[in-house]
Design a protein around this ligand. Structure first.
Ligand code: PLP
Length: 417
């Protein structure tokens, strides 16, 4: 009976939905804080947070009341008019981030597209690149979203096969990974980026840690060197912190671990407080002023409802101590995972509450571990075949982590040889 209830919904999706996802076999109906419930009232600890969109926890009461109150006042106005919540929100985000200008969008991919447009205009109008020659350097293994332009510079065949022709102007360099051959900072990566720079390069666009790529964590110093390469060559450094930003790595922004300043910053996911899609591109006034009326926009971008929720989501990063908790609990979780006595784990990596557990290729598949964890009440998601990601809401407590660790240990040991 209870199984039928779930298969009923799963079947409806199979019949009426596009098959562009293959979800774990669970039908959720409710969320509260770090917990989720399925339609059979089985409770789960959420250890993936909707790919970091739910850093504040599910249905945060203050965010929900902000959403309800603002929706009763004014939800959508379009950018044909000014609104109070947008002005207040971008002022707050600007002060908090240190970037003078904010361009609000909705989904992450839209904010990435915005960054690409900004970088190209800067390239043509300020750097003096010849029309239609601008190039952007991206990293192997990147994930920046799903538009045709963005998948065009993905290195993942599944993301792009059959969707061409793609727009040009992108070059792919090596990323720096903690388990590559280089002993210190990945010279292969820095050299490969440097070798692709030409007079036509307007920007380097990378993630400080590659999330979908497998929580691939560059060696300390890599981002700093990349910053130097960009500065020396008069190239913008644009960081996609849609997943790594807003406390996920234990700092407000992941680039703070390296004490650098990028020229452009892309935010999304947690910016919507787990309630709405909210994204933004941030930069200096000088770069942002390459947009003029008519050159870019979005019907829903910066709407008063999203602005009010995002503004509250920013406050709660501090009021709820999310950034510090991510750092402390993240270190604890990673160290406990490293200490598990098993021979199936190759590497535990990441920063803050954003941890990838890479399994040896010849051992159990990451998806199988996720299915086993699902059975015993933990929601986690694999990326690629070998990496399990643990990225719970940033409000998670030590008691909740200990509860999960108990189950994770048991699961890993089942497959140890
Ligand atoms: C999720 C993600 C995106 C895309 O965001 P959407 O809201 O799904 O369009 C882009 N870049 C990174 C690093 C992401 O994690």
């Amino acid at each position: 009976m209870s199984k039928d209830l779930q298969s009923n919904y799963i079947e409806k999706e199979a019949i009426h939905g596009a098959q562009n996802y293959s979800p774990l076999p669970v039908v959720l109906k409710k969320g509260d804080g770090v917990y989720l419930w399925d339609v059979n009232d089985k409770k789960y600890l959420d250890m993936m947070s909707a790919y970091s969109a739910v850093s504040h926890g599910h249905s945060h009461p203050e965010l929900v009341s902000t959403l309800v109150n603002q929706s009763k006042k004014l939800a959508i106005a379009s950018r044909a008019f000014y609104t109070e919540p947008l002005a207040d929100y971008i002022e707050k985000l600007s002060n908090l981030s240190g970037f003078t200008s904010v361009l609000p969008m909705n989904t992450g991919a839209e904010a990435v597209e915005t960054a690409i447009k900004a970088a190209r205009r800067w390239g043509y109008f300020t750097k003096g690149i010849e029309e239609n020659k601008a190039e952007i350097i991206v990293a192997d293994g990147n994930f920046h979203g799903r538009t045709t332009t963005i998948v065009g510079f993905s290195s993942e065949p599944d993301y792009k096969k059959g969707f061409g022709p793609f727009s040009g102007g992108f070059k792919t360099a090596e990323y720096c990974s903690s388990n590559c051959e280089c002993s210190k900072v990945c010279e292969t990566s820095i050299n490969s980026i440097e070798s692709l720079v030409t007079d036509n390069t307007c920007a380097v666009l990378v993630e400080p840690i590659q999330g979908e790529g497998g929580i691939v964590t560059p060696r300390a110093g890599w981002l700093k060197q990349l910053r130097e390469v960009c500065t020396q060559n008069n190239v913008l450094l644009i960081l996609d912190e849609i997943q790594s930003g807003l406390g996920r790595t234990g700092k407000l922004f992941a680039y703070e671990h390296e004490n650098i300043q990028p020229d452009g910053l892309i935010l999304g996911k947690a910016l919507g407080g787990g309630l709405l899609p909210v994204s933004a591109f941030l930069s200096s006034r000088e770069i942002m002023d390459h947009f003029n009326p008519g050159s870019h926009g979005s019907t829903f971008g910066g709407n008063p409802l999203a602005a009010a929720v995002a503004s509250k989501a920013l406050d709660l990063l501090y009021d709820d101590n999310l950034i510090e908790n991510s750092r402390v609990m993240g270190d604890y979780l990673a160290n406990q995972l490293r200490a598990i006595d098993t021979n199936i784990i190759k590497e535990v990596r990441g920063k803050g509450l954003w941890i990838g557990v890479e399994l040896h290729k010849d051992s159990v598949k990451a998806k199988q571990i996720c299915l086993d964890l699902l059975e015993i009440g933990i929601l986690a998601k694999e990326t690629h075949e070998t990496v399990i990601r643990f990225a719970p809401p940033l409000i998670i407590t030590k008691e909740q982590i200990d509860w999960a660790l108990e189950k994770i240990r048991t699961t890993f040991k089942t497959y140890s040889k």
